[in-house]
Design a protein around this ligand. Structure first.
Ligand SMILES: C[S@@+](CC[C@H](N)C(=O)[O-])C[C@H]1O[C@@H](n2cnc3c(N)ncnc32)[C@H](O)[C@@H]1O
Length: 198
């Protein structure tokens, strides 16, 4: 899979993406059901980073809530080496995998935090991202301690996101927040939901 068809990837990053794929395939932890390389590149890598090419996020610090096998946080860290990315994951063995992964691809801008996010009071981050972890309303509540008035949230969702937004509407109003959806149909299907303070 040549990601350059969709986004610009230099050879250093590309090499690291291949290493990460191999690490996943050789891991006993089985953190992904996707084994096909092309599918892995689209559904994990491209999905993680695509929105950054079409939406202008301003950030120095990023928190990936429920990072699992490292998506989207590890990919964001690779493409934005000047930022600091915190991978928050509640399961210890997944954190062990992430620590090893980060070491093997020499990602100097990543810190792995073994905790439930709702137990954290710091670090407060500019951008909070989350894929496949929980409902928007819950994650907004869980990340109160690691956000500030200028923080932005990026959720990786599907077509049924409007149900979740409806559910979070009261909270969004109370916190004076607004949402925006960016829908992608090709080469994968995704609704990216971006939430900001007004
Ligand atoms: C379905 S996996 C998604 C992993 C990854 N984000 C992805 O999309 O491939 C959800 C992960 O979130 C973690 N998780 C769930 N609730 C969490 C919480 N409150 N704080 C931190 N991690 C959490 C789980 O342990 C699990 O690894």
């Amino acid at each position: 899979m040549d990601l350059n068809k969709w986004i610009s990837v230099d050879t250093t990053i590309e090499n690291k993406l291949h290493i990460i794929y191999e690490k996943h395939m050789n891991s006993v932890h089985n953190l992904t059901s996707i084994k096909d390389k092309e599918e892995f590149f689209v559904k994990h890598y491209l999905d993680s980073i695509y929105i950054f090419n079409i939406y202008d996020f301003q950030f120095k610090t990023v928190m990936d809530v429920g990072s699992g096998g490292g998506f989207p946080g590890v990919v964001i860290a690779l493409f934005y080496p000047e930022s600091t990315v915190y991978l928050v994951e509640s399961i210890r063995k997944k954190c062990d995998f992430l620590v090893e992964l980060v070491r093997d691809v020499q990602l100097k801008n990543v810190e792995v935090i073994n905790s439930r996010v709702e137990n954290l009071k710091e670090p407060s981050c500019d951008l909070i991202v989350s894929r496949g972890v929980g409902k928007i309303k819950n994650i907004l509540n869980w990340t109160t301690g690691v956000s500030r008035e200028t923080s932005c949230w990026l959720f990786y969702k599907g077509e049924n996101v409007f149900e979740e937004i409806k559910d979070a509407n009261k909270l969004l109003k109370k916190k004076n927040m607004r949402f925006e959806n960016v829908r992608v149909e090709n080469p994968f299907k995704r609704t990216y939901t971006i939430i900001n303070y007004i």
